[in-house]
Design a protein around this ligand. Sequence first.
Ligand code: ZN
Length: 131
Amino acid sequence: MGIVDLIYKAAEAKKNAYVPYSNFYVGASVLTEDGSVYTGCNIENASFGATNCAERTAIFKAISEGHRKIRMICVVGNETDSFTYPCGICRQVIAEFADKDTRVIIAQNEHNYIVKKIEDLLPAAFTKSDL
Ligand SMILES: [Zn+2]
């Protein structure tokens, strides 16, 4: 499962986004340490604070199935004008299950994407090593 495959999976999951308020569709895919793939979409709520992002939906699906390590996570939001980066809450959740080799793929499509490490996106993160 390579980067482009993960981008396709995230783009497919994006179609399931529940976004009646923002109409801003986002999809994500997670590759776990053993090669399993989980996908997610953003899920909005009339009580806006109850909204869940695509990245966390995908990560929580993986964790709830017993996985603990993310090898790669891919997010596909805006497909043309700009890149949709993970929000602050999602960066913190990614950091919980990432290590220095984990790659975060921010993609418009299979041709335009950015590869980052979580330490690029969330420097000096508060992690389990701080406890
Ligand atoms: Zn988020």
